[in-house]
Design a protein around this ligand. Structure first.
Ligand code: NAD
Length: 345
């Protein structure tokens, strides 16, 4: 055991010297669904690490001038297999980060589209990754668990059986990726993220309240929450999420005992979050009016067990709840003012 630990720390040490220690040239990375909450920040993060031209952002949406000027941006529809093949060949892609998806609340509103984007799209990218020997990262979620799963804590391997099409499609992606790994040797990597909190507008998930609350309170002074005050869910600041993604992508295959890992940073309820916010914004009001998202949240993990990620590739979160509140107040305020709006706080 001690020997295994020391081998692991040497490997992690080598990894920390950066790409050049393990690879000759930085990888060429394609991000699908890149104009969502995570993609733009992810491109910034990886461009700082691997170089601006080595990270290609893609989506089916027209980008803002700022995003277009930030680095390479192209159209890529994940439902168009030939189009994806052309991109991989033309740009000599090595790693694929597959973000395109319809999230939990949006998926329930349009199940056939969620099946196409989340399931057919996954078939395309995994086949593509196999054909061109790409390293492929696909995020999963706490939504890949359901009412039969243990909720506090939720271990890496347990009963899943989610009740949303989003969750069903993510379990499908996890299993397909593991299967392609065992059958074809595909370098498939998947992290189950909790609610990811950043100042960018969220994409229609159930944990979005923890972002919307900052925007509404800073602009209007009050927030009506769609979850009950005691709804506990796992969460993580985007800085930690992107660091987890990057460290996991760089981890040598030999130290990974799994292809799918839980990661998290904290768990809190709307009431606990607003109590921390009151320390900085004493005037604000929160009211509660649960809607259909309450049922989704009630079937999800409350506390996520990421001990396997900690053990295998030394995962460790850095942003706690107090720091998250400070960061969000500062970053959301900057975004509101940059967009020409006024802050009441
Ligand atoms: P998002 O909804 O903000 O963005 C998804 C993007 O996919 C959108 O920009 C959309 O235009 C794009 N898309 C839709 N159809 C497409 C198609 N046919 N071809 C190409 N792109 C298409 O999502 P996000 O919050 O940025 O999440 C990114 C990934 O991370 C998702 O797979 C999500 O499941 C996962 N994840 C996110 C969170 C979170 O809290 N944000 C938590 C866990 C997992």
């Amino acid at each position: 055991m001690a020997l295994l630990r020391s081998i692991r720390s040497v490997v992690v040490g080598v990894r920390n010297y950066g790409v050049s220690a393990v690879q000759k040239a930085p990888p060429k990375i394609l991000i699908t669904g890149g104009l969502g909450q995570l993609g733009v920040e992810c491109a910034k993060y990886l461009r700082a690490k691997y170089g601006r031209e080595n990270v290609i952002l893609s989506d089916i949406i027209k980008p803002s001038t700022e995003i277009f000027n930030d680095g390479p941006y192209i159209f890529a529809d994940i439902l168009d297999f030939k189009g994806l093949q052309k991109i991989v060949v033309d740009h000599r892609v090595d790693w694929l980060i597959h973000f395109s998806a319809l999230l939990s609340a949006i998926g329930e509103q349009n199940v056939p589209l969620a099946v196409r984007v989340n399931i057919e799209g996954m078939h395309n990218v995994i086949e593509l990754a196999k054909q061109y020997s790409l390293r492929i990262f696909v995020p999963s979620t706490i939504g890949a668990f359901g009412p039969d799963s243990p909720r506090n804590p939720t271990p890496n391997i347990t009963v899943q059986r989610p009740r949303t099409i989003y969750g069903v499609s993510k379990v499908h992606a996890e299993l397909l990726g593991e299967y392609y790994h065992h059958k074809f040797g595909l370098d498939f990597r998947c992290l189950r993220f909790p609610g990811v909190i950043s100042s960018d507008p969220p994409g229609g998930g159930t944990t979005d309240y923890a972002i919307a609350i900052f925007h509404e309170v800073l602009r209007k002074g009050h927030y009506q929450c769609y979850l009950k005050p005691d709804t506990r869910l796992p969460m993580m600041h985007v800085r930690d999420a992107l660091r987890a993604l990057s460290e996991f992508l760089e981890a040598p295959s030999e130290i990974l005992t799994r292809r799918v890992y839980n990661v998290t940073a904290m768990s809190f309820t709307p009431e606990e979050l607003s109590d921390r916010m009151v320390k900085h914004l004493p005037e604000f009001k929160i009211t509660y009016r649960p809607d259909s998202r309450q049922e989704i949240a009630d079937s999800w993990p409350q506390v996520f067990d990421d001990s396997e990620a900690q053990r295998d590739w030394s995962w460790k979160p850095r942003v706690d709840l107090d720091t998250l509140v400070e960061l969000m107040i500062r970053e959301v305020k900057e975004k509101i003012l940059a967009n020409g709006y006024h802050c009441v706080h």
